[in-house]
Write a protein that binds this ligand. Structure first.
Ligand code: PGA
Length: 253
């Protein structure tokens, strides 16, 4: 157990949060400072409009701030887009790439996700690469094949255990209240670990593999206790400090 990577509990606020919501960031910061996340690292990925303010509130603390997406280019004529360099400039250290909502809403392909992850790493930030199957794919017994292809095809060049986190998020579990059984999570995470080690060699053991999809305080300990689960990517339950810290508490003591 001693060589397990430090767990990461990351909150993905999605398209939620106004300036008033920064009070939740302060509350999370204070709860983490008081030991509420135990040995876990905590990251908050608010909408881009709040990154600089959230980073200011968390300056000189252990809370990391992340973006939810970036463009693959460093800068240029891409109206409305944000580059990894800009996120870094605003105070982010993580960037989520390939979230299923981006893959669906913006038709992002594995190749585009790979280019984004490479941009994140080139900027000196850490990418949280999301993968996961749909309900139909699970029912058709294709989960491992789909997740395997996503990892293979969106794997960024230059990745290391320091620069890449993988989040397994079954699409049918996101925002639905449904979760896979611990055995199902264990099977997929073992598969991802194997694949990551094939791609990275020994360094692959240190890549954090997060589980995401309807994580809440009531199921966090069970899901975080699954072998090869090194933390959580939390959507809805990350919007309040109370629920988010109820999840991070799985790593206390
Ligand atoms: P959820 O979202 O926790 O609301 O299910 C997870 C995610 O999409 O990252």
């Amino acid at each position: 157990m001693t060589d397990r990577p430090r767990p990461l509990v990351a909150g993905n606020w999605k398209m939620n949060g106004l300036i008033a919501s920064l009070s939740e960031v302060s509350a999370i910061r204070d709860a983490v400072a008081a030991g509420g996340a135990g040995r876990a690292e905590v990251a908050i990925c608010p909408p881009a409009t709040l990154i600089a303010a959230a980073a200011g509130l968390c300056k000189d603390t252990k809370i990391a701030i992340g973006g939810q997406d970036c463009h693959a280019a460093r800068n240029g004529a891409h109206t409305g887009d944000i580059s990894a360099d800009m996120l870094k400039d605003a105070g982010a250290t993580y960037v989520i790439v390939g979230h299923s909502e981006r893959r669906t809403d913006h038709a992002e392909t594995n190749e585009q996700v790979r280019a984004k992850a490479e941009a994140v790493i080139a900027s000196g930030l850490k990418a949280i690469l999301c993968v996961g199957e749909s309900k139909n794919e699970r029912e058709a017994g294709k989960t491992l094949a789909v997740v395997g292809d996503q990892i293979e095809q969106s794997w960024p060049k230059g990745a290391s255990a320091k620069s890449l986190v993988v989040a397994y998020e079954p699409i049918w579990a996101i925002g639905t209240g449904l979760t896979p059984t611990p055995d199902d999570v264990a099977e997929v995470h073992a598969f991802i670990r194997h694949q990551v080690q094939r791609l990275l060699g020994a360094d692959g053991a240190g890549v954090r593999l997060l589980y995401g999809g309807s994580v809440k305080p009531s199921n966090a300990s069970e899901l975080m206790g699954v072998r090869d689960v090194d933390g959580a990517l939390v959507g809805g339950a990350s919007l309040t400090a109370k629920d988010f810290m109820g999840i991070a508490a799985a790593y206390k003591g």
